[in-house]
Design a protein around this ligand. Structure first.
Ligand SMILES: Cc1cc2nc3c(=O)[nH]c(=O)nc-3n(C[C@H](O)[C@H](O)[C@H](O)COP(=O)(O)OP(=O)(O)OC[C@H]3O[C@@H](n4cnc5c(N)ncnc54)[C@H](O)[C@@H]3O)c2cc1C
Length: 260
């Protein structure tokens, strides 16, 4: 079997579904998304979902600021709650990183991020029972918070599908179709060939092993991350997300009252 598309996207996580949605908004709807499992079944379904613009690389901070607007307008754009909770976002650093934090906040503001420095007394009001002794300075993004990556990918996918994109779950891509130096589409497990003008690989941590056979080595390094959910034993109230750059952990409220 064979079919054609303007764009074929491999991977139905946040990146693949967001690409399909963004293309549909630009009128590109002859799109096929091939996901070997189900939408958001990869890293997306495991994400802590923290939404912030605090990135040390300006291009990432700018992209996050742009993406934040989608979260803020989600109900209008998608017609549904995608799980975004605008709790605010605090980042705390130790004495040796105060200058670096201030430089980073200034660089973020330069690309349009709403961020400021706040003092310990202000953080104590936000997180009344936190031990703030190890920290020397704090950044604050009132527009940050946390989302639900699974719900967000589902919303991107449903919106792209409504515009005409074909979302194929249970469809693994086994090979890229290659003509000389050009990728001309993909082949799936059942032998179907999808010829496409553009092929987008949105396979996350699986991208590197997928591409080695084509002589490409993409520098994606995979690191296992541990997540712990605790019952704090009291009502923590509306606390913001807290990035603790002293102990290198992040803490955020969970919908059911637990702390992640
Ligand atoms: C524990 C954890 C916590 C995180 N916390 C945060 C956070 O707080 N904030 C934040 O911004 N980010 C966080 N992230 C990162 C975020 O989840 C990822 O950046 C994002 O989900 C990546 O999306 P993706 O679409 O690139 O990858 P994925 O969601 O992994 O999607 C890739 C998809 O490709 C599919 N696939 C692979 N190979 C093939 C193939 N050959 N054919 C067809 N399909 C294929 C997979 O099945 C998968 O569904 C976290 C990640 C993890 C793991």
């Amino acid at each position: 079997m064979s079919e054609t598309a303007d764009v074929v996207i491999v991977g139905g996580g946040l990146e693949g579904t967001a690409a399909a949605w963004a293309l549909s908004r630009r009128g590109v709807t002859d799109v096929v998304v091939c996901e070997r499992n189900t939408i958001a079944s990869g890293m997306t379904g495991k994400s802590s979902g923290i939404v912030r613009c605090h990135y040390g690389v300006s291009s990432l901070a700018a992209m996050a600021a742009y993406g934040l607007e989608v979260f803020e307008q989600a109900e209008y754009i998608f017609g549904t709650d995608i799980g975004f909770r605008q709790t605010g976002y605090v980042v705390g650093v130790g004495e040796q990183n105060v200058d670096a934090l201030r430089k980073s906040l200034a660089a973020q503001r330069a690309v349009g991020v709403d961020t400021e420095e706040i003092d310990k007394a202000e953080v104590a009001e936000l997180w009344p029972f936190a031990d703030l002794d190890p920290f020397a300075a704090f950044g604050w993004e009132a527009r940050g918070g946390y989302g639900d990556a699974y719900m967000t990918a589902q919303a991107f996918s449903a919106s792209a599908r409504a515009a005409g994109a074909r979302i194929r779950q249970g469809t693994e891509v086994t090979d890229l179709l290659v003509d000389g130096e050009r990728v001309t589409g993909v082949r799936t497990t059942d032998g179907t060939e999808i010829a496409a003008g553009t092929t987008v690989l949105a396979t996350g941590v699986w991208t590197r092993p997928f591409l080695t056979r084509y002589g490409l080595d993409i520098p994606i390094k995979v690191i296992r991350e541990q997540i712990v959910m605790i019952d704090p034993g009291l009502d923590v109230g509306k606390v913001p997300v807290f990035s603790d750059l002293v102990s290198l952990q992040y803490v955020r409220p969970e919908v059911g009252g637990e702390i992640l």
